[in-house]
Design a protein around this ligand. Structure first.
Ligand code: ZN
Length: 159
């Protein structure tokens, strides 16, 4: 009896996940994502929802609002697969263990910071000097940050 109940629960659990997976696949298709790593992940139930997973998201309607990929030129708000945790610039590839979902723009801004800050760190420059340089070059900051500070430089680089 108890075993039977557990089986029923198990079946219901699987069905719930299958429905979630199908819903995600339909959502991806609606956004113009018919194949690739994101579809592979959805089929394997490795995505819970279509949501921008970047540390800083800039879409005014929030992390779950996306434009379809069909637009030309591509929309800033279409869905992309970001190489994470191993970045593309560090040899990371789009594999099941190295992807986070992102708006194209949020991904590009994050990448922009990393390619500016990384080499300066490599050259031995202090966070204060890097902040000063980014400020001088008017490099865009995350929302709500009035200016580049050593703490902000560190935060955007490690998040
Ligand atoms: Zn975003």
């Amino acid at each position: 009896m108890v075993e039977g109940l557990q089986l029923v629960r198990f079946d219901l659990g699987n069905r719930r996940w299958n429905i979630m997976s199908e819903t995600l696949l339909r959502e991806l298709e609606r956004l113009g994502v018919a194949r690739g790593i994101l579809v592979d992940m959805a089929r394997r139930e490795q995505i819970l929802e279509v949501r921008c997973e970047m540390p800083h998201c800039y879409h005014h309607k929030g992390r779950k609002a996306f434009d379809p990929r069909s637009q030309r030129p591509p929309s800033n708000w279409e869905l992309t697969a970001d190489h994470y945790p191993r970045l593309k610039m560090h040899g990371g590839r789009l594999t099941l263990d190295n992807v986070r979902l992102a708006h194209r723009l949020c991904n590009r801004v994050d990448y922009g910071w990393r390619i500016k800050i990384g080499p300066l760190l490599t050259n031995g420059m202090s966070l204060a000097l890097i902040a000063e340089r980014l400020e001088k070059q008017s490099v865009p900051r995350p929302h709500g940050s009035p200016r580049w500070t050593p703490a902000l430089v560190r935060k955007v680089f490690v998040s």
